[in-house]
Design a protein around this ligand. Structure first.
Ligand SMILES: Cc1cc2nc3c(=O)[nH]c(=O)nc-3n(C[C@H](O)[C@H](O)[C@H](O)COP(=O)(O)OP(=O)(O)OC[C@H]3O[C@@H](n4cnc5c(N)ncnc54)[C@H](O)[C@@H]3O)c2cc1C
Length: 366
């Protein structure tokens, strides 16, 4: 990306220190094992830079970034390292839901640990929204018991589960309502499964978590029982936000920047690079204009997500085609970008967006 749309929206708090952080994590992501190993060094770097407080409210010692700041930060970080940034989004998703709790004491204690990086939190919520919705039996059941709530079942997707101290997760009650709770992983019955090997971002150490009759004390109930516990009246709930589009744009921006480096040596590539760059700029500009106008319905735009998905898929392939066989070798930025781009087809992707992407594959014109 030539950066003009992004840079003209650069919030003040993103100073030179942030640029140094980007360089650090970008460098770390070039290490041989960065694809498969947990990004511990990058996580430490973002901890030191205060990034872990981005989604923690001010009153609990965080920085409470506004949506423009958060989106800018996510695009830039994803450009530097998708795995670290993805882990951060799941950590931030946990912070967002912990803040739904009415329990000030719980929030004071937990947010202090999280913002300081002493503890790690993540989410296992897809079974309440997008994943396994076609099955008749809930993945995790919730039952009221004298000591609180009993959660039992299988949480299919939890990023960084084996590193987590807390998992924000939930279950479905007999009559169909849902609860959301903060589960401590050292509680009896919490069993993170070994991380799975994936098409990309294996280093996020994503895996399932078994909940074997885990008793969650009342204090750790975050929300519910209520229908669709992830939906909030203020539009802040659900898996839908601009976060996913921001990460897609970050990866697309990285691929386009590499294409630009190649085009600088091979002018015939300029006619490929320039339209990609213009498209990326356009989506970025639309994203920030929408955020600033406050017109995002429920914090999400299917249009922006569809465009970002399409761009990252096409730009990463164009990069491979441009760099030829060299880009086909394991570890080359082109092959990595292609694998990373695929993630956006499955991550919290609403059906109309996936459908639009598939229609593009099938060359179906509207
Ligand atoms: C790398 C990665 C990390 C993730 N991290 C997290 C995380 O930290 N926390 C979190 O909450 N979520 C996470 N997710 C989950 C993610 O957000 C989506 O919810 C998930 O990708 C949805 O895929 P699924 O296979 O679970 O979907 P499902 O809808 O359960 O589909 C699974 C299979 O079921 C079948 N199927 C689907 N729909 C139907 C139907 N209508 N009728 C019949 N059969 C059907 C298909 O064969 C399909 O392959 C992560 C996902 C990935 C890939």
């Amino acid at each position: 990306m030539t950066d003009s749309a992004l840079n003209s929206n650069r919030p003040e708090r993103f100073d030179d220190e942030f640029d140094r952080l980007l360089q650090t994590i970008s460098k770390l992501s070039e290490n041989g094992d960065s694809e498969t190993a947990w990004p511990a060094a990058a996580w430490e770097a973002i901890r030191q830079a205060g990034v872990l407080g981005w989604n923690v409210p001010l009153e609990f010692g965080g920085a409470d970034l506004n949506p423009v700041e958060m989106t800018f930060g996510y695009i830039r970080l994803a450009e530097a390292c998708l795995t670290t940034t993805f882990v951060l989004t799941q950590f931030n998703a946990a912070c967002q839901r912990i803040n739904w709790s009415q329990d000030q004491e719980l929030k004071t204690r937990v947010f202090k640990e999280l913002a300081a990086g002493e503890k790690f939190a993540t989410v296992g919520i897809s079974h309440l929204t997008t994943s396994r919705q076609h099955l008749s039996k809930p993945s995790v059941t919730a039952e009221r018991v004298p000591a609180g709530w009993k959660l039992d079942g299988f949480v299919p997707w939890v990023t960084g589960a084996v590193h987590a101290d807390y998992i924000v997760t939930g279950g479905v009650c007999e009559e169909g309502s849902q609860i959301l709770a903060l589960v401590q992983t050292d509680q009896e019955g919490v069993a993170p499964q070994p991380p799975i090997e994936m098409l990309s971002m294996t280093g996020s150490q994503t895996g399932a978590v078994k909940l074997n009759q885990v008793i969650v004390p009342d204090q750790c109930l975050i929300a519910g029982p209520v229908e669709n516990v992830m939906k909030r009246p203020d539009g802040q709930g659900g898996a839908r936000s601009l976060t996913t589009s921001a990460l897609a744009l970050g990866v697309a921006g990285r691929a386009i920047a590499k294409l630009g480096e190649e085009a600088a040596k091979r002018p015939d590539l300029l006619e490929i690079y320039q339209p990609f760059n213009t498209e990326c700029e356009g989506i970025c500009a639309e994203m920030f204009a929408t955020l600033k106008a406050g017109t995002l319905n429920g914090g999400f735009s299917e249009n922006i997500r569809g465009q970002s998905n399409s761009l990252v898929l096409r730009a990463s392939q164009a990069l491979l085609a441009a760099v030829k066989g060299a880009g086909f070798v394991k570890g080359h930025p082109a092959e990595r970008a292609i694998r990373e781009a695929m993630f956006f087809l499955v991550w919290s992707c609403p059906q109309p967006v996936v459908h639009a992407n598939m229609k593009e594959f099938a060359c179906v014109l509207d």
